[in-house]
Ligand binder design. Structure first.
Ligand code: PNS
Length: 164
């Protein structure tokens, strides 16, 4: 059976930790939709178009991965896109409570929708978009945190912001 899944997130900006989860998911499932969402609890640094562009430049060449901007509820987007599971990375126990709550909420809203958690690679457990922004804001080295093809653009934008 053809299995389509959605990897949702804010990706503000995408990190190597996100890429690890997305590429591993692409080896497990037939079709991966990377959904770039507006998270109403966060104020993004990068526009949704920029975040989609960063992801397309990084994983857009992988044949079974599609990157799109999504609006509204994840459970409804998944239904509209024909995705039957959500893939999320878990970095630490501290991620679990929020992720579990989201998984149960999404399943309540869309009973066909499962959530699959992938354990983060141990080399990325500390990494988050917020860490990237904080380090770059202070002019620190983010080479090991973000994909090489977007590094300069991300760094310069965040550094410039920090210098304003
Ligand atoms: O990368 P993030 O910020 O942890 O991703 C969170 C995201 C975007 C997956 C989550 O906020 C989300 O699903 N937003 C869409 C709105 C929604 O469905 N809300 C109800 C589920 S909590």
């Amino acid at each position: 059976m053809h299995k389509t899944v959605i990897c949702p997130g804010s990706f503000d900006p995408v990190t190597l930790g996100h890429i690890d989860i997305i590429t591993r998911a692409s080896r497990m499932f037939d079709e991966i939709i990377v959904g770039v969402f507006v998270n109403s609890e966060k104020h993004p640094t990068f526009t949704i178009e920029e975040r989609v562009d960063f992801l397309k430049r990084t994983v857009g060449d992988i044949p079974n991965i599609k990157v799109i901007a999504c609006d509204g509820l994840l459970a409804e987007c998944a239904r509209d896109l024909g995705a039957t599971a959500v893939v999320r990375g878990l970095r630490a126990v501290s991620d679990f409570e929020y992720e579990f709550q989201m998984a149960l909420t999404n399943r309540k809203l869309n009973p066909e929708l499962d959530t699959v958690f992938l354990a983060s690679d141990s080399s990325f457990t500390y990494l988050s978009s917020s860490i990237v922004k904080n380090v770059a804001h202070h002019g620190g080295d983010i080479t090991n945190f973000v994909p090489a093809c977007i590094h300069d653009e991300v760094f310069n934008r965040l550094k410039t912001k920090g210098n304003k």
